[in-house]
Design a protein around this ligand. Sequence first.
Ligand SMILES: [Zn+2]
Length: 438
Amino acid sequence: MSKKAVVMVLALIFCYTNIAFSGELSKEKFYINSQISYSVIDSNLIENSIIKKVRKSSNIKDWCEIGNKVIISHDKERVPSVNGMKSVFINPKMSRPFLAIRKGAESHLEPYINHINILYTEGPYTVFQATFPVLEQLNSQKNNHFYLEPIKGKMEVLLNPSKTRGFEKVKLNNLDVSETRLANYIKKLESFKTRYTYAEGFVQSAEWTRDEFKSMGLDAKLVEYNDYSKNQYNIVAQKNLGKYDGKFYIVCGHIDSTSEKNKIHAPGADDNGSGSAAVLEAALLLSKLPNSEKIRFVLFGGEEVGLKGSKAYVKQLEKSGELKNVLGVVNLDMIGFDKKGQISGLIETKRFSDDFINNFKTVSDKIGKLELSTSYNPWGSDHVPFLNKNIPCFLFIETEYGANPNYHRTTDTFKYVNMELVTGITRVVVETLATLIK
Ligand SMILES: [Zn+2]
């Protein structure tokens, strides 16, 4: 290496550490404003129109909606008068309130419970304040199963399903999503022992799914990407792949898995055998339709180690000029855990994808069964790189993902998968896409 190169590398390292240091967690940004107080509104107790009014009122600074609760910040001196509104205790010595979301039942906040002040908690969502060092530690744990963000602006974290949905239970396109086939796909994926992205089992499962796509009459291949000099793969399948140059939809999910013993044993039945099975089932049924070349099926590698497969793939699409042909993307990740009540799914996206998503909501309403909630706070899975490029996209995920005790464990096996949910979500995706490509 030349002297010049050494200087450049050092400059780069300096730049990088500097960015990392002066990044989001500057102290000034995270101290609480003493002129502001916080309140929680129970949206069960008041009409929607009043909530809308409150949100627009000039002394409301930020608000964050999670299920039935709306957390608002307002001037201490000008407290809005709303029925059922309660002020919450704010510790002046701690940070401004933050939202934490996690996948799996294990709590990241628990070890710090004496150094945080919880304002509100509901399932995987917690709004809390913390001392600055604790916040820093928590912030350093951020990854695709733990998400942390300051309460700021307009945050639509969990919008509950509308209560006026119908249950027509109609059959739309005569496509028979098979629960048995979906179950067999999940069991097959589990049989590779581990699909950890750097393990041999990953390559075997990738080759198996590629051949499975081919047996459906699709063109399929392993598309390489580079991960720190290691070759990694995404599996891509489509009719006339490489020849068709029109616009298309993408149905995707990640096929890699992880656990506390990821190199030797990571069954990943729910995460993400369930979503991968749905992609395979969708391919099988949709490939028979006229215009089926309008749908590309992708199984990503490297999701569990930082969305590496999807990030690389979006870059490849951008480079080849294909990204502008992508009409919309459905990412299926963890669609098989449901313990409470009626089966339920969560759509996670950004507002600009509303038109695309409404197609799926309409079909879901017609089919019935599934209770659908929406979040405009996307994080932690392969939909994020697409949304960052303003491609209409959403994540379809089990609503109860924050309660799954088997998340990222060797116990994430088929016997705990709720096949009714896997089948229900797959049906919505297949029926909607069949309608969209007509
Ligand atoms: Zn996953």
